[in-house]
Design a protein around this ligand. Sequence first.
Ligand code: GLA
Ligand code: ZN
Length: 674
Amino acid sequence: MINEKLPKIWYGGDYNPEQWESDVWDEDIRMFKLAGIDVATLNVFSWALSQPNEDTYDFAWLDETIDRLYNNGIYTCLATSTGAHPAWMAKKYPDVLRVDYQGRKRAFGGRHNSCPNSPTYRKYSRLIAGKLAERYKDHPGLLIWHVSNEYGGYCYCERCAEGFREWLRGRYGTLDKLNKAWNTRFWGHTFYDWDEIVPPNELSEEWGGNRTNFQGISLDYRRFMSHSLLECYKIEYDELKKHTPHIPVTTNLMGTYPVLDYFEWAKYMDVVSWDNYPSLTTPVSYTAMVHDLMRGLKGGQPFMLMEQTPSQQNWQPYNSLKRPGVMRLWSYQAVARGADTVMFFQLRRSIGACEKYHGAVIEHVGHENTRVFRECAELGGELQKLSDKVLDARVEAKVAIVFDWENRWAVELSSGPTIALKYVDEVHKYYDALFGMNIQTDMIGVEEDLSKYDIVIAPVLYMVKPGYAQKIEEFVRNGGTFVTTFFSGIVNENDLVTVGGYPGELRKVLGIWAEEIDALFPDQKNQVVMKQPLGSLNGSYECGLLCDLIHLEGAEPVAEYGSDFYKGMPAVTVNRFGQGQAWYVATSPDAEFLGGFLANLCESKGVKPLLNAPAGLEVSRRTKDGNSMLFLLNHNPEAVTVELDGSRYTDLLTGKSVSGSASVPGRGVVILSD
Ligand code: GLA
Ligand code: ZN
């Protein structure tokens, strides 16, 4: 349990009473109670308020707020406020200001704006975290620490450059090793002195965010920045733990946010939390995948849904309202996939600045007679009734998809063979096929143990880190089924090509050699033609993006290309290796192929769908103490009926007994417990 003080699904969100006059505070409390809210996230952006100058701290407003909430049965998720530095700090100590990608020294403004290597930022964020921890360590209302907010962005200042050189010394030891790792004899880049190395931005090696002349330095700068920001988090973490070793600490992540290596970050978080902001058009399978990824960051441990909007965002180009029922549906989607909290940004809509049109539990009208408030209050009541039934329940999967941020950086920094290759999209194609069949899937990092899975899929495993090929070999040798795709096994952790034939270190387990890689224009297609039927697969399917031209070295061809000069060359292969199988999908096939392909693999391994559900009905299962809870989430606007197995279930939300089949209302949710 995240914290035993509140043994239910936490319900609440970001609350900024400091932006309001005191006359609304009692009204807030009255409405929070009506909505069943039991946790408020405070102090996210209040650094300037609590520390008006270098020597003065004034937490009176926070004392009062935490007390008022607690006296009314509402706990505090207490942020450390370091997500935006005060203006006085920027004026007095310009080292807190970042230098941007274009090489410009930033002025005060915005948020998430501090240089992660600024001694001033580190000093004062440590200090304020310590003061908060000391002050509230014994407060019974303190539920969890929320360090800073949505860490992100990079800095390219002189201090970061110095820090980078230090970090590089630690990583490579000698310049000789660094020169080799970055292949600096290319374009005459040999470094003779550490001080010659400068951060890769638009003044040096990069342009457009992820285009670079030198993958080695660009990759290392991403590692270094992720590490630098993590250091800032750790400074605060340690300070908080000194005073409150038993209070959990988190920071809110952003799903597939490209900038930070979240698997690395999660090691230092007591519980993962994240902010979920899908738009009306985001595929539900994409959101499901991200929930699974957030659960995977800490090996399946339940996570927190820290933020979502009850209705609309303000920062998307078109900020649609969540349709009636959708807020509840998407909240349960998070819970179904491992969340033990449902929290919003924000509890009351602000009146000024850029988030005034962002949805909130309490809207500008100020009373409870709104659609949004009614939906929030209904959900709040339901979560109270659910009490601790779902808490700590696990999601169990036999299929895993590998996701690796460093590999993603390398893929997207790559110059050639195509600009159209987006790592997350390729991962999502495989996830979506499994999701469509309601096959429970884990999203795992490269450090995860593979032996608990029957099937491991690593789309575009371009970068193979030391030891990973051996790990895959062992998994397959022991009977596992491994799947990888085109453009895999190409480089090592420094983005240096493994010579001797693609897919490099994976060549042995896959039993193939990829001689060339063809990049297709967006409207150009080839075909994957089955050599013989495989499950439901028969005939020809479309493929595109990249086509590897492969030769068999022990693998068997399952499908071949249908056109172009490589017509007849293998497009999909399987290699029997030890007790298992290693599959290579040499191109990016259409969804129909992937659906049939993965259905066949799952069937052959005895991995069953949770239910044979109609389209648009998402199914997920959480299990606790041998008791399983089946979540049926109907994303269709109309009701659907699903056939159940022979068991008798209890509907956790209505208490009714269910058997034979279950009917789920349009955009409705049913939770069946056995
Ligand atoms: C993020 C932030 C919040 C708020 C919301 C708005 O998730 O953490 O402070 O800005 O976005 O959607
Ligand atoms: Zn900096």
